[in-house]
Design a protein around this ligand. Structure first.
Ligand code: BEZ
Length: 211
């Protein structure tokens, strides 16, 4: 059955470009991103993995480990990583999982038969420190992902995990956030000393509490 938000992220052992890993052990106590690629030596995936490597500091700031998965075998990954480093001016610094028997692709429902019987679509999962799934996004193979959006969602997830707030449309880190409906305006005024702006009784803004 397909995974849903809040489900436990299935664990697995796999060969990767950084050696054999146990997924949960690899994530440790931080956040994780697992994202799939239709195949090695494909152009869109090459740019996506390059972009992810270039954003290494941003993921590290957010205490987030990234793992990519492609159904090709390890020896193929090794040659492809050299190409990614060369063409994207970077160094791939995260594990690329080899999944020739489609263990991970199957566990995470990354093969959508109406798109392709054998290749994965572009699935991306964000996993919280509790090892539960916090975000699932699925793109077709022909559309490269927006990694600025991935970082933005991570910021929102990490903020809303710790404060009784939600983030409005197009929110970016540093902008005002929304007080969740479960908190009364009276309590919000006590909880958020930076102030609460009441636009409607159900639409209340406060400055981002953790900056
Ligand atoms: C790719 O680069 O991964 C790709 C591009 C077009 C269609 C399918 C995959």
């Amino acid at each position: 059955m397909a995974l849903r938000l809040g489900d436990a992220a299935p664990n697995f052992r796999a060969q990767t470009s950084d050696g054999e890993i146990d997924f949960h052990e690899y994530l440790g106590t931080g956040w994780g991103i697992l994202f799939s690629h239709p195949a090695d030596y494909t152009p869109v995936c090459t740019t996506e993995l390059g972009k992810t490597a270039l954003l290494a500091e941003e993921f590290a700031k957010r205490n987030t480990k990234v793992l990519a998965v492609s159904v090709d075998p390890l020896d193929k990954h090794e040659g492809w990583i050299k190409d990614i480093n060369e063409t994207q001016n970077t160094t791939v610094n995260f594990p690329l999982i080899a999944d020739p028997d489609r263990q991970v692709a199957t566990l995470y429902d990354m093969i959508h038969p109406n798109a392709s019987a054998t290749a994965t679509v572009r699935s991306l999962f964000i996993i919280g420190p509790d090892k539960n799934i916090k975000l699932i996004i699925t793109y077709p193979a022909s559309t490269g992902r927006n990694f600025v959006e991935v970082l933005r969602v991570l910021d929102s997830l990490q903020l809303t995990a710790n404060y009784s707030v939600a983030t409005p449309a197009d929110w970016k880190a540093g902008e005002d956030v929304i007080v969740v409906p479960a908190v009364s305006t009276e309590d919000a005024i006590k909880k958020f000393p930076k102030g609460v702006k009441v636009v409607k009784p159900y639409l209340r803004y406060t400055p981002q509490p953790n900056v």
